[in-house]
Ligand binder design. Structure first.
Ligand SMILES: [Zn+2]
Length: 351
């Protein structure tokens, strides 16, 4: 969750976004290689999906490296108020078997409902990422997913007694703290680290997100935050190599934010009624109202945190250089969907 840039509105307004996948080589000699074809991929960002695949150049996603999967050494938990419902929420992180992935469990529903943190379960990207069909949904999952992905915890059951995690301070800091305190253990199963051979670009309404090839298994994210003028938020940029250490030290404490007028609009919708300017960053004409930035560029760092969380839905690691300009949840998920759906098509085609 983070303040909504103008291009996000443009995405919703235009309905159609465009994904361009550009490249050329397909390497059938690599088991985990998948072919990214389809020059144009269209999807509605609201309502039904209507993908269209046409002929185009081909890029390749291939496994650059593998690493052992991880789970928690012991359970962890945290509690707080839900940003959306304003109700008390408990979240429990439980160890899980290899290849389980991240699975949310709504324990407040009878019977309890499992919602896997997978791309195909994404049902909303407006201001936050939502998984599952109502009433069995969980919303605002990105900060929890970011904490798990940032620490490279691959298999975890996440129990919630509400349709959202506790909002806490709008960052992933508390989740990281309790997860690190519990510790992790390596598992025998492996998780691929995948990279592209040619740049893959998704863009919509002036926002763009591109994954470029890297020289190693390193994953780096650069983000340019630019709301244009007039805006109380100045242009910010940040580049971060994503490792468990850098995520915990440089990104985890960066909080979500809303513009002052957005906060009023949300309250009129009955959302965040118990939130105050001490709970998350509300940006007024002269900066945060009743609060202070933790980093001079805290807002753009939070956008990177959101990307880490959304791309966790892929189910594998990425490497290379991800460059984001004014993107949000919708575009983050579009990039992941383009990679994932084309991978499935290629596997079917090769069968
Ligand atoms: Zn966020």
């Amino acid at each position: 969750m983070a303040g909504k840039a103008k291009p996000e509105n443009a995405i919703a307004g235009n309905l159609w976004s465009k994904v361009c996948v550009v490249g050329q080589a397909f390497q059938p000699d690599c088991d985990a290689s998948v072919r990214l074809e389809s020059l144009t991929y269209k999807t509605r960002t609201r309502g039904r999906q209507n993908p269209h695949y046409g002929p185009g150049k081909v890029s390749t996603v291939r496994t650059v490296k593998q690493r052992n999967q991880r789970t928690l050494a012991r359970p962890a938990e945290a509690g707080g108020i839900g940003f959306l419902t304003s109700a008390p929420v408990r979240i429990r992180f439980l160890p899980a078997a290899p290849d389980t992935g991240i699975v949310f469990v709504r324990t407040d529903l009878k019977p309890a409902v499992r919602i896997e943190a997978r791309l195909e379960n994404v049902t909303g990207t407006d201001r936050r990422t939502t998984l599952g069909q109502p009433p069995a949904q969980v919303s605002l999952v990105e900060h929890v997913l970011a904490a798990l992905a940032g620490l490279r915890i691959d298999n975890c059951i996440v129990e919630l007694n509400a349709p959202e995690p506790p909002g806490l301070d709008g960052s992933a800091l508390k989740f990281v703290e309790v997860l690190r305190k519990s510790g992790t253990i390596l598992q025998a199963a492996v998780r691929p680290i995948c990279g592209v051979e040619e740049a893959v670009i998704v863009q919509a309404g002036g926002a763009s997100l591109s994954l470029h090839p890297g020289m190693s298994d390193e994953f780096k994210i650069s983000y340019v935050l630019d709301y244009g003028s007039p805006s109380p938020i100045g242009r910010q940029s940040h580049t971060q190599i994503i490792t468990p250490e850098s995520f915990a030290n440089d990104l985890a404490d960066c909080r979500t934010y809303v513009l002052d007028q957005e906060a009023h609009a949300l309250r009129r919708q009955g959302l965040g009624e118990r939130l105050t300017t001490a709970d998350l960053l509300v940006i007024g004409p002269h900066g945060p109202i009743g609060n202070r930035y933790r980093h001079a560029n805290e807002l753009v760092r939070h956008k990177i945190l959101d990307i880490v969380g959304d791309l966790a839905l892929l189910g594998h690691d990425l490497c290379g250089h991800l460059v984001a300009c004014r993107s949000g949840h919708a575009l983050n998920v579009e990039l992941a969907r383009a990679l994932c759906q084309t991978a499935r098509r290629s596997v079917r085609a090769a069968a």
